[in-house]
Design a protein around this ligand. Structure first.
Ligand code: SF4
Length: 279
């Protein structure tokens, strides 16, 4: 397998085969994100990708899923991605699914029909950074998308039968927009109804490889109190029917997880317990 530069994948894809189909992120402009700043975006050639998949056959049986890297594999043309998925289905029959990082922009550009085609070929989940439901925050961090577009993209995925794993970043609105950030985020998520929700925390330095503080762009590390307050308010406001919530990402101060429809009170009690230790 050939990998170029640092490779990122969601915590839940730790056991998946990682196949790099693009280098970097086609957007690469979010002020808080350091993941692909060193990479010039390009699509790997079909020959390179096929060579990796051929080589991966020797590891057959040692992974249940395949994750297509880098930052937004859905930026690939539908026919190109379909060819990769067809090849995967032939070489690795019986795997549980293929997953990607995706931007809502790519989902909307593809539309329901293309997404349904990709879903039918094995793409079973898209990891999308909502980051915030507040348009003020999204604009400030140059996410290049609005709350409504995020909600629309979620509807496309749902109609195409593709699961959504959504991430949100605590601290992204600073202290001034903290409440608006969380209330608008909860509202967006309640309309999106993702199957998975991951909380991340704006972090100092690039050691977690992902979200980092950028003083020049007005991003500062939130205090632990702010993070816990935001986490509590978010969980309290969420009305998600079938969503597994986790703070498993390495940027978090503590780990909590649970199915929101039946474990919300348990999660809130855990947050309260950590908060009480801060007093
Ligand atoms: S957060 Fe996602 S869309 Fe934004 S620059 Fe990073 S990888 Fe690209």
């Amino acid at each position: 397998m050939v990998y170029e530069g640092v490779i990122y994948r969601p915590p839940s894809e730790a056991d998946s085969l990682l196949v790099q189909v693009t280098i970097g992120c086609s957007w690469n402009k979010c002020t808080f994100c350091s993941m692909y700043k060193e990479k010039q975006y390009r699509i790997r050639s079909m020959e390179e990708i096929m060579a990796d998949l051929r080589e991966a056959e020797r590891y057959r049986g040692r992974f249940r899923r395949i994750f297509l890297c880098d930052g937004d594999a859905l930026a690939l043309p539908t026919s190109f991605l379909a060819k990769i998925l067809e090849d995967i289905a032939q070489r690795f029959p019986g795997i549980d699914g293929v997953r990607v990082y995706a931007s809502a922009r790519d989902v909307l550009q593809k539309g329901t029909e293309d997404m349904r085609t990709l879903g039918g070929l094995g793409l079973d989940m898209a990891y999308i950074g909502l980051e915030s439901g507040s348009d003020k925050v999204l604009s400030a961090v140059n996410k290049g998308i609005t709350k409504q577009e995020m909600i629309d993209a979620a509807a496309v995925l749902r109609n195409a039968g593709i699961k959504q794993s959504i991430s949100v970043i605590s601290g992204l609105g600073g202290e001034e927009l903290s409440e608006e950030h969380i209330l608008e985020t909860a509202d967006a998520l309640n309309k999106m109804q993702p199957e998975y929700l991951g909380l991340l925390v704006l972090h100092e330095g690039e050691d977690v490889g992902l979200y980092y503080v950028n003083e020049e762009k007005g991003l500062r590390v939130p205090s632990s109190r702010q993070v816990l307050t935001e986490m509590r308010l978010l969980v309290e406001r969420l009305e998600l029917e079938n969503c597994f919530f986790t703070s498993a990402h390495v940027s978090n101060y503590f780990y909590v997880k649970g199915r929101l429809s039946r474990e919300k009170q348990k999660i809130l009690a855990q947050i309260d317990s950590v908060y009480s230790e801060l007093r």
